[in-house]
Design a protein around this ligand. Sequence first.
Ligand code: TEU
Length: 582
Amino acid sequence: MIKTSRKKAGALRDERSAARTGVSNDTEPAWWKEAVFYQIYPRSFQDSDRDGVGDLRGIVSRLDYVRDLGVDAIWLNPVFASPNADNGYDISDYRAISPEFGTMEDFDRLVREAHARSLRVVLDLVVNHTSDEHPWFLSARSSRRSPYYDFYLWWAAERGTPPQRRSHFDPAGTAWRYNPPTDSYYLHYFSARQPDLNWNNPHVRSEIYDMMRFWLDKGIDGFRMDSISYIAKDPSFPELDRTACPDLFSCYARGPRLHEYLHEMNREVLAPYRCFSVGEGSAVTSGEVARFVEPGRQELDMLYHFGAAEVRNETTPDGEGTDIPYSLIALKRMFTRWDAAVGQGWPAIYLGNHDQPRMVSRFGSDEPGLRELSAKMLATFLLTMRGTPFWYMGDELGMANIRFRRIDDYDDIDTRNGYIRLQHEGGDTQLFLREQAEVGRDNARTPFQWNPTTYAGFSEVRPWLRVNPDYPRVNAAAQEHDAHSVLAYFRTAVTFRKQHRNLIYGSYRLLDADNKRVYAYLREGGGERYLVALNFSRRNALTLPGPELGRARIALHNYPDIAAPAGRVIELRPFEAVVYEL
Ligand code: TEU
């Protein structure tokens, strides 16, 4: 049972200071190294008050389901007051629950009920920017004399055109927006509805730390830190070096004083509260990640990266006929590189979240007959790989991309503003829509598919976003009592991971690196050795990973039947996953 008490911070403070001198290494036990995290996108999980939007009471009503998955912690996407320009990633009051999600009492009950089920609660910390409706910004944009003017980042118009900064979501692509009352431009790395905070200002930092303590005093267990790598900016706004950062964004993750701020946050809040932290490493490279997560640096516990999405978006198949639409060799190399890159830190592993399309559609196949097999194969990877797995809600059912075809079907500001930008530029909007059907973030944000009733049991009224029409076939109720379902396999694989600490803390070594269809690796620790062989293709594939398999025991596999291992060659069927205990 996890205690939910205000005294937790004080009691733990002493414990932490005693442990502070020790520099943990990557095998030092920690709950968050052994945990499986389950990400809940609240707006799409369960509607309890018939408004078509998921809410906190809906989540509470489903906590037994979450507990029965065997996971250990839930990461909630933002539930704070927000005008929802970016679905909660534009916060207008950091200490209030958005009325569409419920009340503060609903939140307190969620924490209690989660802890009663031994589920830790991790909130989304969005402090690179606020909403443009936050009182700080409303004051700041009214006058240069506002006490909050320096809570944000401005370029005075009398200095001329601001130096180029790109924006992820702006229809014109620029990260500067002119504000007449102050005759200056404000910076927004995301949409103009999301003005960036000025972390150079110590008053901003102390406000953020106080807010973090407010939620920790309510008993939460940690934070997922939104685009935390972006928070540091040089207030002189020099021209960025296009050689070092061709797309400009990678410079955003190398702002001056970034690690000073993270270390200060650790000293002020994370360490005293023993607060778990995982950063979203927007534009962070594998060469930089250790600076965020090496224990001795006392910054963050983990940092997740975008390597898998980049490989999927930017690589071509490994030669003719591999039938994998990206380079599996590049994917294997990328995960292997990042595994080593954390040094004494600890990796975070994921293939899907609220910003990515559904992993079964992206890295497996959602064609009937292959969807379940490939969903199980991907689950095997995430649950046997070294590092903490972050699992996205619904992937345990094999939920797939909805593939919207019309711009009006989309809610996401990223897609909608991207479309507007293309229209302005005279670009190919039809090609854009075909691409978004595969990579758009709304693919992962369709309502959770609980059962075959109208709106998939998510709501009794039309949801805020269309339900995937495959819900009569793909839903939790249909899988709850099916021993061969993706849901059953996920639970089995989680249990397998939990029962084998040496799998969690053991080493990772890539095998058969140049195999174009099979991802094989060795996990070793405490005298135990596990060989994982995953066929990422829809055809039979062979791997010769090295070890003699004659005496190997098959510990986990995703097909209903399997032949005993023999010799050194492993033949895998389409999307077959096998874990051998050597
Ligand atoms: O995402 C960060 C983000 O979108 C950028 O890092 C961008 O994804 C880039 O492609 C990374 O290479 C976070 C949230 O997860 C997302 O939902 C929000 O829209 C965004 O920040 C703004 O808060």
